[in-house]
Write a protein that binds this ligand. Structure first.
Ligand code: SAM
Length: 287
């Protein structure tokens, strides 16, 4: 049970400190006990496990995590919130609060420094929506010890994460997620449970990172670069996107050799096609 995740506590914490939620940091504070409990339950975290939280805010989710996990490492970018967060969580000896930008930290180093004693490391967070995609791409591409993500995001991004080829929701994020993890949408969350209410509804997504990847590129960097270039401009053909990042003649030959039509759209290609292309690049493109 969280003391913090309710309307009165959130309003009181902000008022007493002369603060309002900052839009530029994507601050929408959760005020629903039930949703908080469901998020933490979906993570299946136990006292044996450590959790990384992105955006502690006022500590509503941090508190439920501290009760259920062995250790919680929470990042909060907003220096105005950090003292309040520390104060709200002072009863817990297992919470580390870092006033850092998640996009700038070396996550593998922090895991080693703060969470090394734990076998399982999960990310559980109500993400700042303006940077959901860069956060997920950064963490998945970093290839860390994190084995599960239970993260709240706007519904539209959740649909993209779970997006299948040939649908409007399918993009580079869908492919990176499919490459590294099994994605499941676990909960839809209405906008009314946040202060302030965002303009869109949200969803909680669970990503179970593959311990044995079903399909693996020869070189991950080549694979991630290919994805970024492939989906750079949705309206363009696959060929026209590829030549933004690779030599024209090389692209022509690659598509010919792999029997892929230049006029195809990136959305029509599946994970295995991107791995095939990436391996071709690794083997044939001189650096
Ligand atoms: N966990 C709280 C809750 O559920 O009520 C707050 C969630 S709020 C959607 C997102 C939080 O992420 C805010 O507290 C915001 O200040 C923080 N944040 C935004 N950008 C960040 C970044 N780059 N690194 C770390 N925290 C960030």
């Amino acid at each position: 049970m969280s003391r913090i995740g309710n309307v009165n506590f959130v309003n009181k914490s902000l008022n007493q400190n002369n603060l309002t939620a900052k839009k530029k940091f994507g601050q929408n504070f959760l005020t629903d006990q039930n949703i908080l409990k469901q998020i933490v339950a979906a993570s299946r975290v136990t006292k044996e496990d450590a959790v990384i939280e992105i955006g502690g805010g006022l500590g509503a989710l941090t508190e439920v995590l501290a009760i259920n996990a062995g250790k919680v490492l929470t990042y909060e970018i907003d220096k105005d919130l950090v003292p309040i967060l520390k104060n709200n969580l002072q009863a817990f000896g297992n919470v580390i609060i870092l006033n850092e930008d998640i996009l700038k930290v070396d996550i593998a180093k922090d895991i080693e420094q703060y969470l090394n004693d734990f076998k399982n490391i999960y990310v559980v967070a109500n993400l700042p929506y303006y940077i959901t995609t860069p956060i997920i791409l950064k963490l998945l591409e970093a290839d860390t010890r994190i084995s599960r993500y239970v993260v709240m995001m706007q519904l539209e991004v959740a649909d993209r994460i779970c997006g299948k080829p040939k649908t409007k929701d399918y993009n580079a994020l869908s492919v990176v997620v499919a490459y590294r993890a099994k994605a499941t949408k676990v909960l839809k969350v209405p906008r009314t449970v946040f202060i302030p209410a965002p303009n869109v509804d949200s969803a909680v997504v669970c990503l179970d990172v593959y311990q044995e990847m079903p399909i693996k590129a020869l070189n991950d960097e080549d694979f991630y670069k290919l994805l970024r270039i492939s989906f750079m401009q949705r309206r363009k053909t696959f060929y026209n996107n590829l030549i933004l990042g690779y030599d024209k003649e090389f692209v022509k030959k690659m598509l010919e050799d792999l029997r892929i039509k230049p006029s195809i759209r990136a959305e029509a290609l599946e994970l295995k096609d991107f791995v095939l292309l990436s391996d071709y690049i690794t083997q044939n493109l001189a650096i």
